[in-house]
Ligand binder design. Structure first.
Ligand SMILES: *Cc1c(COP(=O)(O)O)cnc(C)c1O
Length: 392
């Protein structure tokens, strides 16, 4: 993979007419170091967030060897790169083939579920295996998250009691897991869910071998500035301590966004400006899905190209390259007032849920990916770049 020192060097060298994607391994090192040093348990990387080989290899080289996977393709991908990786099949609804292949051919022993039917399916396909680690995923409030997962997954409190008892009976080990929703803006969501696990423990008198607090740890965006990740981790530790368990379970987390969001960015060219509308060469069918209907406001900046950038900032809406009207990113994205056709913009925080969403719809697709050693536009792990952004 070709490397550049900065986005400016990349753009002024290539002057690309197609979107280009940046990966910053230094940024992955920072986030992985943070979680490895501060989180009181094992850190699993949620592979769906960004399965690019360069990203996976950076994560692995910084010391993560456990992965939250959701499909056979993700399992094969990780096993190819790291045969010794520990895999956790945390999708609660799996096909029969994927259960069979993962158990018999890839050595997967960790499986999540949120219904009795799924448990029965797992037991039937693994021929009543006695070496399963079964994770009951409970539903929990996603009220503070930007992306709500609770309508699709999770056992209700009453269902969870029965499932925990059944998994205790059939599994070698039992875990309880939850997901507070992606980009969770309030740490209290974690302690509420841990308290709910406390209620299940009291009612079933079963202490799980593992508690998995899931993903949902936030990144930073211009309009979403969460409390520090340290404070989330302190909240989790406090809630776990308050359970006052006679035996301390193993603790897992499955961050995706918080590990990789700021490591990736997309650089686009402006094809046309119509007043406050900028027509750019990547969109919601490319890496900008999250800026579409989910309406994430990404940090943006104009790339220095020798022209003076006006100090006055204007709020722009962005339009992607395809002929579809859903290919629209409302923003507002703040950019210099004098931006015009031919200028380049960098859109940040796309290391998560960016590259992996690209389609070839309408013939627009770029696979031009470069390694950068400069800093991301905004960071949760580096106070100085936050200030840079506020000053800029
Ligand atoms: C998507 C997902 C994650 C990662 O979520 P983030 O919000 O990106 O941290 C973790 N666990 C499971 C089960 C998921 O589906």
């Amino acid at each position: 993979m070709r490397k550049f020192k900065s986005v400016e060097e990349l753009i002024n060298t290539l002057k690309p007419d197609y979107p280009v994607y940046c990966i910053r391994p230094d940024s992955i090192k920072k986030s992985v170091d943070f979680f490895k040093n501060k989180f009181p348990g094992t850190v699993l990387y949620a592979v769906k967030t960004n399965p690019h080989e360069k990203v996976l290899k950076s994560i692995i080289s910084n010391g993560i060897d456990s992965f939250d996977v959701a499909s056979l393709n993700e399992i094969q991908l990780i096993k190819k790169i790291m045969p010794s990786a520990k895999l956790y099949f945390m999708h609660t609804i799996k096909s029969r083939e994927s259960i069979f292949e993962s158990y018999f051919n890839y050595g997967v022993r960790n499986f999540a579920l949120d219904s009795k039917d799924e448990l029965m399916k797992i037991l039937e396909i693994t021929k009543g295996a006695k070496d399963l680690n079964l994770y009951v995923r409970i539903s929990t409030s996603n009220e503070h998250a930007e992306i709500d997962l609770s309508r699709k997954f999770g056992a209700s409190p009453s269902e969870a009691l029965g499932l925990v008892r059944l998994c205790k009976e059939h599994g070698r080990k039992i875990g309880i897991s939850f997901h507070v929703g992606s980009q969770c803006m309030h740490k209290v969501s974690f302690s509420k869910a841990i308290n709910e696990i406390g209620n299940i423990i009291k009612k079933t008198k079963i202490i799980p071998d593992t508690i998995n607090v899931g993903g949902g740890f936030p990144s930073i965006y211009p309009d979403l500035r969460p409390e520090s990740l340290e404070s989330y981790i302190e909240e989790i530790k406090k809630a776990l301590k308050n359970l006052k368990l006679s035996k301390i379970p193993k603790i897992l987390c499955e961050p995706g966004r918080a590990l990789v969001a700021e490591s990736g960015s997309t650089v686009v060219k402006v094809n046309l400006r119509k007043k406050q509308k900028l027509y750019i060469n990547d969109g919601t069918y490319g890496t900008l899905f999250d800026a579409g209907v989910p309406n994430f406001i990404l940090p943006t900046r104009m790339i220095q190209n020798g022209r003076v950038q006006s100090k006055k900032q204007t709020a722009f809406n962005l339009y992607g390259p395809t002929c579809d009207s859903l290919d629209y990113m409302k923003g507002p994205f703040l950019l210099p007032n004098n931006i015009k056709e031919g200028d380049y913009l960098e859109l940040g925080q796309l290391g998560s849920y960016g590259l992996t969403f690209r389609t070839k719809f309408n013939g627009f697709y770029s696979n031009q990916i470069f390694e950068l050693s400069d800093k991301p536009i905004m960071s949760m792990y580096d106070n100085s770049s936050k200030l840079d952004y506020l000053v800029a």
